[in-house]
Ligand binder design. Structure first.
Ligand SMILES: C[S@@+](CC[C@H](N)C(=O)[O-])C[C@H]1O[C@@H](n2cnc3c(N)ncnc32)[C@H](O)[C@@H]1O
Length: 242
C-alpha cells in the first residue's frame, strides 16, 4: 500500500462535499509518496475541486463536546480550512489554529475574515512532527490529525496534553477504522480509545477521562452516493485544576 492510498482513508469526515479523495490519479500516487507533508498537503488543498476540501462547517463532535465549556483560549491542531477554529471564535474563544499547509491556512484565514472573526484567530504553520506551538490553552482540540502513515502520533498527542492549562480540556477525534470502500487494506492499526488514552501517558491523578469511546458516523460514499456508517473515536479529558 502506498502512503497515498493510506492517506486517502482520511479524506472523509465531517460533511465534506466532493469526492476529493479522487483528485489525484493513480499515476500520481508514486510522486505524492515522495513529497514531505507540507508539499503533499499543499498539493491536495491547492488542487481541491471547488476551491475547498472540507465542508467549512465545524466537526459535529467539536461542536457538541465544547458546547458546555466557557470560552477561553483554544488550540486547534491540524485545523485544515478552519471550520472548527471559526466555530470556536464565533462562540468567543481566542483560537490558535495550526496546520502544516499554508494553502489551507490562507484559505482558513479568508473564511475567518468573511465570518468576521479574523481578530480572534491566530494561524500558525507547523509541521507538528517537527515543531509545536508554545503556550497553554483552556481547550486543545485535534480532529483527524492522522499522519500520512496513518498513525496518530503519540508524541504529538502528548504535546497536545501538555499544552492544556489546569482545568482545561483535551479533545481528540480520530478515525476508528477504515471506511467500507477501503476495507481491503488491512495492515493499518487504528488505536482503540483506550490505547489512545494510554499513549498520552497522563500523570496519575492529574486528569479526569470524560470520554473514551468509539461511535458511528454517517457519511456519503464517495463513489456510490449511498449513506454509509463509519466508526470514529473520541477521547475527552480534563486536566484537574489543582
Ligand atoms: C484530515 S485533515 C483534517 C482537517 C481539520 N481538522 C478538519 O477536521 O476539517 C488533516 C489536517 O492535518 C494537517 N496535517 C497533516 N499532517 C500534519 C503535520 N505533520 N503537521 C501539521 N498539520 C498536519 C493537514 O494539512 C490537514 O489539514
Amino acid at each position: 500500500m502506498t502512503r497515498h492510498q493510506h492517506e486517502r482513508q482520511h479524506d472523509h469526515h465531517h460533511g465534506e462535499e466532493h469526492g476529493h479523495g479522487e483528485e489525484h490519479g493513480g499515476g500520481q500516487a508514486r510522486d505524492l509518496d515522495q513529497l514531505d507533508d507540507h508539499a503533499y498537503w499543499n498539493g491536495r488543498y491547492a488542487s481541491a475541486q471547488g476551491g475547498h476540501i472540507w465542508s467549512g462547517s465545524a466537526n459535529e463532535v467539536l461542536a457538541r463536546q465544547t458546547a458546555d465549556l466557557s470560552p477561553g483560549s483554544a488550540l486547534d491542531l491540524g485545523c485544515g480550512e478552519g471550520g472548527d477554529a471559526i466555530h470556536l471564535a464565533r462562540l468567543g474563544w481566542r483560537v490558535t489554529a495550526v496546520d502544516v499547509s499554508d494553502v489551507a491556512l490562507g484559505r482558513a484565514a479568508d473564511h475567518a475574515a468573511e465570518a468576521g472573526v479574523a481578530d480572534r484567530i491566530e494561524w500558525q504553520r507547523h509541521d507538528l512532527a517537527e515543531t509545536f506551538p508554545t503556550g497553554v490553552f483552556d481547550l486543545v482540540s485535534t480532529h483527524f490529525l492522522h499522519f500520512r502513515d496513518g498513525t496518530l502520533s503519540p508524541r504529538v498527542l502528548r504535546a497536545a496534553a501538555a499544552a492544556v492549562a489546569p482545568g482545561g480540556t483535551l479533545l481528540i477525534e480520530a478515525h476508528g477504522g477504515l471506511p467500507p470502500w477501503q476495507d481491503e487494506i488491512s495492515d493499518i492499526h487504528f488505536p482503540t480509545p483506550e490505547e489512545t488514552v494510554a499513549s498520552l501517558e497522563l500523570a496519575p491523578g492529574a486528569w479526569e477521562i470524560l470520554l473514551a469511546e468509539r461511535h458511528p458516523r454517517q457519511q456519503t460514499h464517495p463513489h456510490t452516493g449511498e449513506t454509509v456508517t463509519r466508526t470514529d473515536q473520541t477521547v475527552k479529558a480534563r486536566r484537574r485544576a489543582g
